[in-house]
Ligand binder design. Structure first.
Ligand SMILES: O=C(O)CCC(=O)C(=O)O
Ligand SMILES: [Fe+2]
Length: 379
């Protein structure tokens, strides 16, 4: 997935930011061949190494802690504790009774699937526009990775949450020809509802850590990005991965999924299936949050499997922090037993290191699970 560098401190990259120069080179030198669903035999470049091969049925489903936001008034402390426990374990949470109405979730899913249903020719035109706020990345445009994703994505860099309005949505959907004004309005409404959900979650996180409720409120001034993912059916699903094992590099991610399973989480070295539950949002801690909590919260290590019969669809809402954010942990999280793990750094410094590492060590799978990057900042 080739993603341009954020143009200023208020925007956010989706997962795997890449340098703009690199992405331009990659796209212009390579004939773009998209649409893996037309392939009968899997070309080597998609095949994962034997130890990474996987079939969904070979793994157990794991319980995902549910955070029911309708209990905010009555069971606030319990919700905060549950969130903290899941985050400390490096596990997903399932947000239920959030503020995004089901009709909006359905509408967005229908429209997203229409986008990916366009012809390969149309989608190829939308690849790798370096300075664009929205662009498509097909499954053959990520050749710098150790092996390719069996997936297609559409990234939208929406910019600071506070400034997202219909004009921003129009810009981000300008190349999305199947989008109409009804969809744009629905999309904007969705974002507003997601923002109020995020605000609640941020308060609960802060309270669970014994901090003032508004400790993380600056996150709402930062950028938000949407990554629309589509995983085509695959003739040999255990030879490939829809998304390789990775942690998300920003602060927090919410995921909306359709009815098809495939997401997995790694806990204590074991992979588990994460069931998709319609109408809910999965939430995961990302690398910056791990650093900001002195390593107390763990960035969620996850991957996506594909299957032979049904394509899969998801949207990852990627929430960042302002790039000037000082990631020094709050003093409440430091004591003799818990000394500082990471040196002082800003979010910008982290992003720069991440981009360099990913370019220099593209063949090292660990750079995608954040470990080699985060380790750069250990004291
Ligand atoms: O498709 C999914 O369920 C997860 C997607 C994901 O991990 C990502 O976009 O970062
Ligand atoms: Fe992810």
């Amino acid at each position: 997935m080739t993603i341009p560098e954020p143009p200023d401190s208020s925007t956010v990259t989706t997962e795997n930011p890449d340098s703009y120069e690199k992405s331009k080179t990659a796209v212009s030198q390579q004939p773009v061949q998209l649409g893996v669903e037309q392939v009968d035999e899997i070309p080597e470049k998609w095949k994962v190494s034997p130890e990474n091969r996987a079939v969904t049925s070979a793994f157990e489903f794991i319980d995902v802690p549910a955070i029911d936001l309708s209990l905010m008034e009555t069971d606030r402390a319990e919700l905060a504790r549950k969130l903290r426990d899941a985050a400390t374990r490096g596990h997903f949470c399932r947000i239920v009774n959030h503020d995004v109405p089901l009709e909006l979730m359905k509408e967005i899913e229908i429209q997203g699937k229409k986008f990916f249903g366009q012809s390969i020719e149309v989608k190829s035109e939308l690849v790798g526009r370096g300075d664009a706020v929205a662009y498509y990345t097909g499954n053959n445009t990520t050749e710098w990775r150790h092996s390719l994703h069996w997936a297609e994505s559409f990234a939208m860099l929406l910019g600071p949450w506070n400034t997202v309005d219909l004009d921003v949505v129009k810009k981000c959907t300008a190349i999305w020809v199947t989008a109409d004004d009804e969809f744009r309005k629905a999309f904007l409404k969705y974002l507003i509802c997601l923002k109020s959900t995020t605000e609640k979650i941020l308060q609960l996180f802060a309270e669970g850590l014994g901090l003032k409720s508004d400790f993380y409120s600056s996150v709402l001034e930062a950028g938000i990005a949407a990554r629309w993912n589509y995983y085509p059916v695959c003739p040999e699903p255990d030879e490939v991965l829809g998304a390789h094992s990775h942690t998300d590099p920003q602060f927090l991610t919410f995921i909306q999924q359709d009815q098809v399973d495939g997401l997995q989480v790694q806990l204590d070295g074991q992979w588990y299936n994460v069931e998709t539950v319609g109408g809910t949002l999965l939430m995961s801690i990302s690398d910056l949050f791990q650093i900001w909590t002195n390593g107390l919260f763990k960035s969620v290590l996850h991957r996506v499997l594909v299957n032979r019969d049904v394509p899969r669809f998801s949207i990852a809402w990627v929430i960042s922090v302002v790039h000037k954010q000082d990631l020094a942990p709050p003093e409440e999280l430091i004591d003799e037993k818990h000394p500082r793990v990471y040196r002082d750094l800003t979010a910008m410094e982290y992003f720069q290191t991440m981009m360099t590492s990913r370019l220099e060590k593209a063949t090292d799978p660990r750079v995608f699970n954040g470990q080699t990057i985060i380790d750069n900042f250990r004291i």
